[in-house]
Design a protein around this ligand. Structure first.
Ligand code: PAF
Length: 282
């Protein structure tokens, strides 16, 4: 497994692989890898001749007072896991090289970023799209894989690809869950045991929402009322948002016609968790 820290070196390596007509599959990550990341890598391993990942905790997607400093990091463990999955290249750029002092450009996707996490984290998606565009320019993948757990991130990246005519296939893969239903996230490590129990209410409430939908309930307000009830029954939870949106535009919907996405962000103690579930007529 190659570990490449320099931007120039990574670009050179990717150009060489492209000249050899190798298909590059890419999984961008912020490290502290879990089963969700590993499932993206396993799929990437099958889809590309070469599997590249990046490990970079991107400061520009964290707001003031968020967890950039304490975001979990363990490079040694990450490299071991990457090796076990069969990753070929790990790109580990430094913050100084990604954001030199003269840096002043960003990529902003306007509409799809406004609702949901865009309300309480107004600059988050600009940080994500900017770093993802940079990583794509450096790693030059043919395809890139993202988890559907970050549904709004995936929708935003797809929009950026279309709008900027970027020639990379974006693949979204289903959320990987713990046995109790909690969506895998590097931030789960922050949860103390009582918080961890309260966190189960997110998926429980999503499943109840899905059940109501399949029983014929099409009113977003009625479904959300049940969802809120389940989450709020846990003392340690504080809902940031619980919404049902159009899966493409991410605008709120009142009546679910063919499909919708239930999207949640809930603070449990100091930890903010997100989760979602697609509602679709069978
Ligand atoms: O999903 C993540 O881990 C990050 O937002 C990403 C896509 C690696 C960009 O920093």
């Amino acid at each position: 497994m190659e570990i490449i820290a320099g931007v120039k070196e990574m670009r050179r390596r990717s150009e060489q692989l492209r000249m050899e007509r190798k298909t590059i599959a890419f999984v961008p990550t912020m490290g502290y890898l879990h089963e969700g990341h590993l499932s993206l890598m396993q799929e990437g391993r099958k889809m590309g001749d070469v599997l590249a990942i990046s490990i970079f905790v991107n400061p520009t997607q964290f707001g003031p007072g968020e967890d950039y400093e304490r975001y979990p990091r363990d490079m040694k463990r990450d490299l071991q896991l990457a090796r076990e999955v069969g990753v070929d290249i790990v790109f580990t750029p430094s913050t100084q090289e990604m954001y030199p002092p003269e840096f002043q450009t960003s990529v902003e996707v306007e509409k799809v970023t406004k609702n949901l996490c865009g309300i309480s984290r107004p600059h988050h998606f600009r940080g994500v799209t900017t770093v993802v565009a940079k990583l794509f320019n450096i790693v030059k993948p043919h395809l890139a894989l993202f988890g559907q757990k970050d549904y709004q991130q995936l929708a935003t990246i797809k929009r950026m690809m279309e709008d900027l005519n970027m020639d990379i296939e974006i693949i979204g893969l289903p959320t990987v869950r713990e046995t109790d239903g909690l969506a895998m996230s590097s931030r789960n490590t922050y949860l103390k045991s009582k918080e961890r129990k309260a966190a189960q209410s997110l998926y429980r409430s999503l499943c109840r929402g899905e059940e109501l939908f399949h029983q014929g309930e099409k009113s977003a307000a009625a479904i959300l009322q049940e969802i809120r009830g389940i989450i709020e029954a846990e003392q340690l939870t504080q809902i940031d948002y619980a919404k049902i949106c159009n899966p493409q535009t991410l605008e709120d919907i009142e009546e679910i016609e063919d499909e919708g996405v239930i999207a949640l962000a809930v603070k449990i103690g100091k930890t903010r968790l997100i989760d979602n579930l697609i509602l679709k007529e069978e």
